[in-house]
Design a protein around this ligand. Structure first.
Ligand code: GTP
Ligand code: MG
Length: 195
């Protein structure tokens, strides 16, 4: 996929601010710091369009990016970040639940898992929440540059087993550092956009 145009549309905190041009949409999901914003930048080959940080909790609003005037990426705040006050966490949770359960143009969700770690309870709950709402999920095992190639399949197996991944759901190895898996992921995204 050749990205010729990528722009931020809005950083939204409530549904009335979501873009209403009915373009199809692909959302990200995953723990804080797993690499959601980095993945967007890697896919669209812009180093800094989506703001990233080595400190978890960087993304705090739902940020909509319009790509090639044909679809949106929705970058969302990560979950499972301990150093956030309970009240703020509840607010985020509500914002995310509203988004995932009522966003009509949403075609698929890319759920990121750090390949180095066994999925957490939050990861499990997120995956099954999406499945319950019948949203197509693309699992991405990211930061694969941090694990030697010979160990990739072992880690993929751990992810599949811990999440109880549906056998029809793709699990894609990815790295924002090396761009590994980029074409495969684009193809997967494409298949949902043209659905
Ligand atoms: P929040 O917005 O806080 O939820 O985080 P996020 O999921 O958007 O993570 P972000 O993209 O900001 O990346 C977090 C950190 O992980 C940054 O320091 C990135 O450089 C690093 N990172 C992201 N993807 C990769 C990857 O594939 N490989 C390596 N080695 N580092 C990565
Ligand atoms: Mg982010």
């Amino acid at each position: 996929m050749k990205v010729t145009k990528a722009e931020i549309v809005i950083s939204a905190v409530k549904p009335t601010q979501y873009p209403d041009d009915a373009l199809p949409e692909i959302a990200l999901a995953g723990r804080s710091n797993v690499g959601k914003s980095s993945l967007i930048n890697t896919l669209i080959q812009r180093k800094k369009l989506a703001r990233t940080s080595s400190t978890p909790g960087k993304t705090q609003t739902i940020n909509f990016y319009r790509i090639n005037d044909s679809f949106h990426f929705a970058d969302v705040p990560g979950y499972g970040f301990a150093r956030v006050p309970k009240s703020v966490k509840a607010q985020w949770g509500k914002m995310m639940e509203t988004y995932f359960t009522s966003r009509e143009p949403l075609k698929a969700v890319i759920q990121l898992i750090d390949i180095r770690h066994k999925p957490s309870e939050d990861d499990y709950n997120m995956y099954h929440f999406l499945k319950y709402h019948e949203l197509p999920v693309i699992i991405v095992a990211t930061k694969c540059d941090k694990v030697t190639k010979g160990h990739w399949q072992k880690h993929i197996k751990i992810i599949k087993e811990a999440l109880l991944v549906d056998r029809n759901d793709p699990v894609i190895l990815f790295s924002s550092q090396t761009s590994y898996g980029k074409e495969k992921l684009w193809n997967e995204i494409y298949s949902h956009l043209n659905h």
